[in-house]
Design a protein around this ligand. Structure first.
Ligand code: ZN
Length: 458
């Protein structure tokens, strides 16, 4: 009996103790234990028992590096009455942001039907792993290319590029000699030629169909049409206008035509400034084209062709060389001012004898051939001798010009604006002044200028 009573009291004691213990026991919790990379972190700590909030009594130790993915242990301790509690928590920093893939090139990408797609490139970046381009996996299904990548935390991204095997680009036709050509009544028209290229098919010149006719015995404008289609059916049409004109009459008009050969150079700018101040126009027989050429053209001066190489031994070796050189120059000029000049001057003049060293009779041939090809050539009848013995003598240059001017002729004055001809530039203003004071007008050579040509000597 006594034993039972003791046991009973003991049980009451234990129960009471457990009851008090559980009522007083501080519970420790942290709610936010998974956080995103780079988020600011403060543990959301709560300590409480049935009597109330004990959070202020808790002490947290341990660090969480939020800039690095991983698991971090922090510890919370509390001393309360007879309790000494220490509890560990695992805080996890995670990366939940997916990488990005940027595709270079176009999307959808147009590819010629007869070609295979060549990868245009891509870049994969991740907020945490940085450049992961080398982890990109490419799969091609039908006409789609899928680029997928996964970062070290398992976040993945996929982008798609669509390939369209289609040629939407029309071929291009280039007309040698340009789209507007003038020839003289009675001259023969010879086709200048053309090339056609296509982005997919390459050179399709042989597929060009040209139609139209030129009646060189009747003044008027004629249209030649050039048509070509690529293998995908894209069509391009170009037209060339041929103007059959009356030959200009060869008479003296008392006008001064200043012509500058062998430029452009750094001196061209000074020449242009003087011409601009004097408000007169001139003609530049160029060997190249640059911003000075463009300015000259825009100011209303005539841009004419001289020679691209100015190498006698090359251009006068045969007519192919001559026209290759001329076409190169014409294309260069076209790229700068947008027109193909039709006025030319032979290096050394049409009367030169130096060409005899390279090809007998070449000048006889070329002087006819340029006309057939729609050009007009000009020589000169006043030589400033600024490329000769008076190259550095501006006084002589001045007199070489003004002593030979006449109101009864077309005064075509040969000068040079290539480098080194500073004496020419020095003489220029006085030459213009003389001309103005003696009743001359100054003009640029045009289609209507009476032609001045030498006798051919080879
Ligand atoms: Zn020259």
């Amino acid at each position: 009996m006594r034993r039972l009573k003791f046991l009973f009291l003991f049980l009451i004691f234990v129960t009471t103790f457990l009851l008090i213990y559980s009522v007083l026991y501080p519970n420790i919790i942290i709610d936010n234990r998974i956080i995103n990379l780079n988020e600011e972190y403060t543990p959301d700590l709560k300590i409480y028992n049935l009597f109330g909030d004990l959070t202020d009594m808790g002490k947290i130790t341990g660090n969480v590096n939020t800039e690095k993915v991983g698991k971090y242990k922090i510890n919370c301790q509390i001393k309360y009455l007879f309790f000494r509690i220490s509890k560990d928590f695992v805080i996890e920093v995670i990366d939940s942001e997916s990488p990005t893939i940027t595709l270079h090139g176009s999307n959808p990408s147009l590819v010629c039907p007869n070609k295979i797609y060549e990868e245009e490139g891509y870049v994969a970046n991740d907020n945490y792993d940085r450049d992961i381009t080398d982890k990109v996996i490419i799969t091609e299904i039908d006409n789609n290319i899928f680029y997928s990548v996964e970062d070290s935390s398992g976040n993945s991204t996929m982008v798609k590029r669509t390939i369209k095997y289609k040629d939407q680009e029309s071929p291009s036709i280039t007309l040698n000699g340009g789209d507007s050509i003038s020839i003289y009544l009675g001259d023969k028209y010879t086709e200048f030629g053309y090339t056609a290229t296509d982005n997919c098919d390459g050179d399709i010149t042989s597929n060009v169909i040209s139609t139209g006719y030129v009646d060189t015995h009747k003044i008027g404008s004629y249209t030649l049409t050039y048509e070509v289609s690529d293998s995908s059916g894209n069509k391009t049409i170009k037209v060339r206008n041929i103007h059959v004109k009356k030959k200009p009459t060869y008479y003296g008009n008392g006008v001064i035509y200043l012509t500058f050969d062998d430029g452009p150079s750094y001196l061209t700018k000074e020449v242009l400034d003087i011409l601009h101040e004097e408000n007169i126009k001139a003609t530049f027989f160029v060997t190249n084209a640059d911003e000075n050429t463009k300015r000259a053209y825009e100011l209303g001066h005539t841009i004419a062709l001289h020679s691209y190489t100015h190498d006698y031994s090359y251009i006068y070796a045969n007519s192919e060389n001559y026209f290759d050189d001329l076409n190169k120059l014409a294309n260069k000029v076209y790229s700068v001012i947008g027109i193909y000049p039709k006025i030319v001057r032979f290096p050394g003049g049409s009367s030169n004898t130096i060409s005899r060293n390279f090809s007998s009779g070449i000048m006889s041939y070329l002087t006819k051939e340029v006309l057939k090809r729609g050009y007009v050539y000009f020589d000169w009848n006043i030589d400033a001798n600024d490329a000769g013995s008076d190259v550095n003598n501006s006084t002589n240059i001045y007199y070489n010009v003004v002593n030979n001017l006449s109101h009864n002729k077309t005064n075509i004055v040969l000068m040079h604006d290539s480098s080194g001809h500073t004496a020419t530039v020095s003489a220029l203003r006085d030459i213009i002044k003389f001309g103005k004071e003696h009743g001359y007008s100054f003009k640029a050579i045009t289609d209507d200028t009476p032609v001045v040509i030498h006798n051919v000597n080879n």
